[in-house]
Design a protein around this ligand. Structure first.
Ligand code: ADP
Length: 401
């Protein structure tokens, strides 16, 4: 099946056009600066051909029309007719407690997504805009939603409830939801496959380290705990997010600095984490370059980042009563041998022995052959999961009709 996968953000849309039979992206790209007169579409085809288009792209509908334009274009495209798009799969950030799996998008599903906006005010609205835009442009093409939260919906109450009055969970749905579920699920399954083991018999810790960062404890194929929480702010130190912090400190800062609620949110989400500590950058590459030049705050940021990952790894091994594999993924996890090396240092007691040569060569397995717990570096592929899920749902629907 040929499926268009869309990841719609507030000012950007990432896309891949995937052939699910071959499991390859025929084309991929991103539209950035949506809403501005100088928006940019960067498109590349499987054979290396590419094109950049600058234009006035004022909303998501126009952006998706541009995407279809390049996919269908004579010189840079991969299909001749809109009819070749058999389905559209969307990454949707928040499925709340309702969606434990991917779904076909119907009017009822749209209503639930609208209802969940309160839980994901930054992410769900652009996801919804993307779905509505496709409905306008390709009214007869089925669309599916694949949720970042779905993989975590089987967490037990001891993992997802907070130490606050239970009534607040019932009244306002305040609980841990977790995010990056598609990625955690993909790399955990891939790790089991690489190790030639059954995922239903493994205790795996997965670390998705990108601009946003989270870890999951995956026991017998189920996410039993994860570091992001009610929102993506909890857990690890991230590019611009603080991760775990004493909740009282924000009240104190608000008082001291005279911040409003929204300013406090911006402080924790946009000006904290690696950028906040280092004052240099939220980008790990720039941070490592600054460390090499002797920047002390950049080194603090790097150390705190790695230390937090190490602590979560230990706590998840304890929570699961053991550890069979540890997986790195995401832009930092896949590319930074420095981070992987620091995180895995002094973990022999846990059965982890990193092989520095394998680590520096970006191998799939980066631990020593003698390491009781294999450490893996697995490039994530959320788009492929979204395409395969969409293909499964639409395929089943077609066979019923
Ligand atoms: P997103 O979460 O937006 O999908 P990515 O998964 O692409 O982001 O990860 C972005 C992060 O990956 C950035 O911090 C970037 O510095 C980091 N990164 C990418 N390449 C490298 C590299 N070679 N070394 C270290 N960090 C890298």
């Amino acid at each position: 099946m040929k499926i268009l996968v869309l990841n719609c953000g507030s000012s950007s849309i990432k896309y891949q056009f995937i052939d699910t039979k071959e499991k390859i992206a025929l084309a991929k790209g991103v539209v950035e600066r949506i809403g501005m007169s100088s928006a940019v579409l960067s498109h590349s085809r499987y054979d290396g051909d590419g094109i950049k288009i600058v234009g006035e792209i004022l909303d998501h509908t126009i952006a998706i029309e541009y995407v279809l334009g390049v996919i269908l274009s004579k010189n840079h495209g991969v299909i001749d007719s809109k009819d070749d798009i058999e389905a559209v799969g969307h990454r949707v950030v928040h499925g709340g407690e309702t969606f434990s799996d991917s779904v076909l998008i119907t009017d009822e599903v749209m209503q639930v997504l609208q209802d969940n906006i309160e839980l994901a005010p930054l992410h769900n609205p652009p996801n919804i805009k993307g779905i509505q835009a496709v409905k306008r442009i390709l009214p007869n093409v089925p669309q599916c939603a694949v949720f970042d939260t779905a993989f975590h919906t089987k967490m037990p109450p001891k993992s997802f409830l907070y130490g606050i009055p239970y009534e607040l969970y019932k009244k306002h749905k305040i609980r841990k939801y977790g995010f990056h579920g598609t990625s955690h699920s993909y790399v955990a399954h891939k790790a089991a496959e690489i190790l030639g083991k059954n995922i239903n018999e493994l205790k795996i810790v997965t670390a998705h380290l990108g601009n946003g960062c989270s870890m999951s404890a995956v026991q017998d194929g189920i996410s039993v705990d994860t570091s992001m929480g009610f929102t993506p702010l909890e857990g690890l130190i991230m590019g611009t997010r603080s991760g775990d912090a004493d909740p009282s400190l924000i009240l104190y800062i608000m008082g001291k600095e005279g911040l409003s609620l929204s300013e406090a949110g911006t402080l924790l989400n946009k000006h904290s984490g690696l950028i906040g500590i280092s004052g240099v950058s939220s980008d790990m590459r720039e941070l490592i370059a600054a460390i090499k030049e002797g920047n002390k705050r950049a080194k603090y940021a790097f150390d705190i980042f790695c230390y937090r990952i190490k602590k979560y790894l230990g706590s998840y091994a304890a929570a699961m009563g053991g550890l069979d594999a540890f997986v790195f993924t995401g832009g930092i996890g896949e590319n930074s041998s420095e981070v992987r090396s620091e995180v895995c240092s002094n973990l022999e007691f846990l059965g982890i022995e990193l092989d520095e040569e394998r680590n520096n060569s970006n191998n799939e397995i980066i631990s020593k052959s003698s390491s009781k717990v294999p450490v893996l570096r697995i490039p994530t592929n959320e788009e492929l999961v979204i395409a395969l899920d969409t293909g499964r749902i639409v395929g089943a629907m077609k066979s019923v009709n």
